[in-house]
Design a protein around this ligand. Sequence first.
Ligand code: G6P
Length: 611
Amino acid sequence: MCGIIGYIGYDNATPLLIEGLKKLEYRGYDSAGVAVHTGNSLEVAKAKGKLYALSEKLQKIPQLVGNLGIAHTRWATHGEPSEQNSHPILSMSGRFAVVHNGIIENYISIKEELLKKGIKFLSDTDTEVVAQLLDIYYDGDILSAVIKVINKIEGSYALGITCAERPDELIALKKASPLIVGVGEGENFIASDATAIVHRTKDIIRLEDEEVAIVKADSIKIYNKNKKEISKEIVHIDWDVAAAEKSGHEHFMIKEIMEQPKAIVNTIRPRIKDGKIVFEQDGFNLSLDDLKNINKICILACGSAYHVGCVAKYIFEKTLRTPVEVEVASEFRYMKPIVDGNTLVVAISQSGETADTLAAIKEAKDLGARVLSIVNVVGSSIATCSDNVIYTWAGPEIAVATTKAYSTQLCVIYMLANYMAEKLSRINSDLYSSYVDNLLNLPSKVEEVLKNQESIKALAKNFYDCKNVFFIGRNTDYSVSLEGSLKLKEISYIHSEAYPAGELKHGTISLIEKGTLVVALATNDALFDKMISNIKEVKARGATVLLLTTEKHRAEAESVSDYCIYIPKISDMMMPSLAVVPLQLFAYYIAYLKGCDIDKPRNLAKSVTVE
Ligand code: G6P
């Protein structure tokens, strides 16, 4: 998600920066830009789209030559992908140029404060407040100005900064978003990861949160927040460059699975303020009257996003007591849908470009419905044509099989259901507060589940040559089964199906024979006993059962099933977020052991723009 590179040295910075950005392309981006100090001033070039658009532009700006510069590939979060919103972002005076990865969570209040002081903003980005604050705070002492900024902003950031009045230095700092300094000879770098610079130097310094690096061509000084210079270890890295693009992981899918706690933090954290769920940054404009008028929710989506919708039905209906329909978008258009001005349509899409979902939204809008979309890609077609958008800030997802986008979509559902319930006084304050606490605890619980990676890998060894697998569960466990089954079949090509646990005996149980794998999900305490009965039914027909449940049920789980996976407990509503992770890992390791092309499974596409 976004890429930063900065250079100071003896070479012309521009081609070096473009080369570095190319190495960061794998992170995903929708615009790019560079700022170079020419010796006299900061010159900036930016372009929407791919790097070749920026390179073409640079050919027409021969004066963009200098030994100091910063560059960025932007993956839009705040403000649509456009030249104006791409980085480097300049301060009003043009004195500072800033590149940023992360999210400044309190940018709205800072921006309001600065607007009152007469500061003019040219972009819709959260980043611009950093450039403007630097302009205000800088009085010749750059370290003090940067530390004042650190004390003012909240959120996550990796920042690269240049100042027109300081032609011989580059400033870097970070918090909860990675940034390294590359140590060369007569030249130094900053970068969001080593991929961008590893062809030039393999000696790096990893910045810690709230440390500030002042980087010159022949020196690097690092200070803590108290302006005390600190000494840092130089680490020599020894990777091959291709591995670095996946941060050392073999596939994007496993990288994205492991990124889920971070993606969840990015989606949830900025939307919880003082114990309340807020959609301030999303420009959410559903008034209390609008919410009161909703008599039906209709969820439209495809693929895994549809599976999120299936979880959402249980959650919305339980929390809001409003009827919910979940429709596969490709079917919705041809079913004479019953939606009107009192229907809230919730469209879910990672890419924001899925043709069927887009067409279904248009159909619903024509019928008068109000459309709220949950989308990952900023400025995408679905986002643009919706009345309200809540972005899942999961970062770019590259593997075809979705993981972190699915998980962050679930988080938006939890937040939306509780937000609406609270506004409509349909939830008591203690329960609401406990859900907010659960949301804040969710990333660490997912982290805990991920620690079981090795045991799930070991389990997969028993099953990678299976021919048929059945997933069963009840309530939200059934919805998660749909996703677990899809993950397995799409990347490992093993036939699998998901069934409501009580429904299997109405036909499909005839397919169970000795050794057929049944993955049973039983994470909901109230339904555990019913699941045990269903497990016994398949066991009696020879199935091998892998049971996914919580530690509390260990004794009984071990007595009825052949293999068990235990996950931590969180509120029942949020159990899908913990249950899906072992299933993603299980599918990944089965496909891995089968030698499948995990990131690009046959016949599948990441973004399906045909109907
Ligand atoms: C494709 C992808 C799936 C995704 C579905 C919907 O089939 O392979 O992973 O769930 O499209 O995509 P969307 O971008 O709308 O979420």
